[in-house]
Design a protein around this ligand. Structure first.
Ligand code: F6R
Ligand code: MG
Ligand code: MG
Length: 383
């Protein structure tokens, strides 16, 4: 059976600043999808990660389907009304356009969709991250799909021996989708060269080279490119098919034990370690740390089982402790050096205004005392 899994997520308001949505908001979105999606969807699942609500749905339409996207947009609109009514902070903040037009891409919500022929048993993973951007998945995807040190399946499983194709997007390019296709293992150094720059190059999808099937879909939206100003971090979602010709669930999860530093946390402007958290976790320390959740599903004819909370297992408590220590260590250096993002990635304009005022106060001395010794050395060398 050919079907599509769609994840559409948005921040439409939360309690206590940017911590997590209210129960009523969750119920409103859920009720809307259940009621209005009855004849359109095969199944749906709604969860939150930090201040973002994600609608996972299965259906027989293609990706970017107008009706599926409109259903989610309208559910977020209904949620926004409830959020405003409750006085939630940032009510409707990710719904950047006035009216729905065609599909939600470029309108604020993040989207990841996978279309495939359902296998007789179909396991897949749904990831959602908050207080960070899509580049946060670059390292976990590289390790899971291209590195035999992480994924023994690349050596052991015949269905994986040809490797995987990475489609990588230049998210700074705003005129359209600027993408490159690179094959692991032969383009490994090229893939690494791009993926190290998490703010510019992000994995959009991964494909099996043995079967041609899509293995992973990642949301790549850059909110500040859409809105032209600070609107929060992009808080990406991702779908990954697992097992058999794809990496095993454990191979896809393993890289999250690293707790790598990613862009985000407070005011979307810092470097903080990514913490794997249980489903429906909120945000706390320093408007962070950036978090990622993972719901694992099995599926038959588009009907999903209940989710298994992949990061709720006791193993991840140790990882969380290590990540918390890394986060506190980084915060000890405040605004200094690597703790904050480079100027181009700071999510607020205040610093640019401050720099402008300071720039006007700089003076160039008539006589440069500082440069003299260098000049003297240069003259001495020439002489
Ligand atoms: C939001 C976020 C937070 C906010 C911060 C200030 O996703 O990352 O760190 O940026 O709480 O929020 P405002 O500017 O809305 O008061
Ligand atoms: Mg968020
Ligand atoms: Mg937010």
């Amino acid at each position: 059976m050919k079907l599509t899994i769609s994840v559409i997520k948005a921040d439409i308001g939360s309690i206590g600043g940017h911590l997590c949505p209210s129960q009523r908001l969750m119920e409103t979105v859920n009720a809307y999808v259940t009621e209005h999606g009855a004849n359109l969807l095969l199944d749906s699942y709604i969860s939150y990660t930090g201040d973002d609500i994600a609608i996972v749905s299965t259906h027989e339409r293609d990706p970017n389907d107008a009706e599926v996207h409109k259903l989610c947009w309208d559910a977020f609109m209904a949620g926004t009304r409830a959020a405003k009514d409750q006085g939630l902070y940032g009510a409707g903040q990710d719904l950047l356009k006035e009216a729905f037009s065609g599909n939600v891409r470029g309108m604020g919500p993040a989207v990841a969709e996978l279309r495939f022929d359902e296998r007789p048993n179909e396991p897949f993973l749904f990831f959602a991250a908050d207080k960070t951007d899509p580049g946060a998945y670059n390292l976990p995807l590289y390790l899971a799909f291209a590195d035999p040190m992480n994924t023994p399946g690349l050596m052991l499983s015949p269905g994986m021996s040809e490797g995987f194709r990475f489609v990588i997007m230049d998210v700074n390019y705003t005129e359209g989708d600027r993408v490159i296709e690179l094959n692991a293992p032969e383009d490994l150094y090229g893939i690494a060269t791009l993926l190290r720059d998490t703010e510019r190059y992000v994995v959009e999808s991964v494909w099996s080279r043995s079967t041609g099937e899509q293995a992973a879909a990642i949301s790549t939206s850059r909110l500040h490119n859409i809105a032209g100003k600070y609107t929060g971090k992009d808080d990406p979602v991702m779908l990954v098919r697992v097992q058999k010709d794809f990496p095993a669930t454990g191979e896809v999860l393993a890289p999250y034990a690293i707790g790598p530093y990613v862009a985000g946390a407070m005011r979307g402007s810092h470097q903080m370690p990514l913490m794997p958290v249980p489903l429906n976790s909120g945000i706390s320390y320093f408007d962070g740390p950036p978090v990622v959740s993972c719901a694992a599903f099995a599926m038959q004819r588009g009907k999903m089982t209940e989710p298994v909370d992949a990061f709720a297992h006791p193993f991840w408590d140790t990882v969380r402790d290590a990540v918390a220590r890394k986060a506190i260590d980084m915060r000890r250096q405040g605004f200094f050096g690597a703790a904050m993002l480079p100027m181009s990635e700071l999510e607020y304009t205040g610093i640019m205004e401050k720099l402008k005022t300071l720039d006007e106060r700089f003076v160039v001395r008539a006589e440069s005392t500082h440069a003299l010794p260098h000049r003297a050395i240069a003259t001495a060398r020439v002489g």
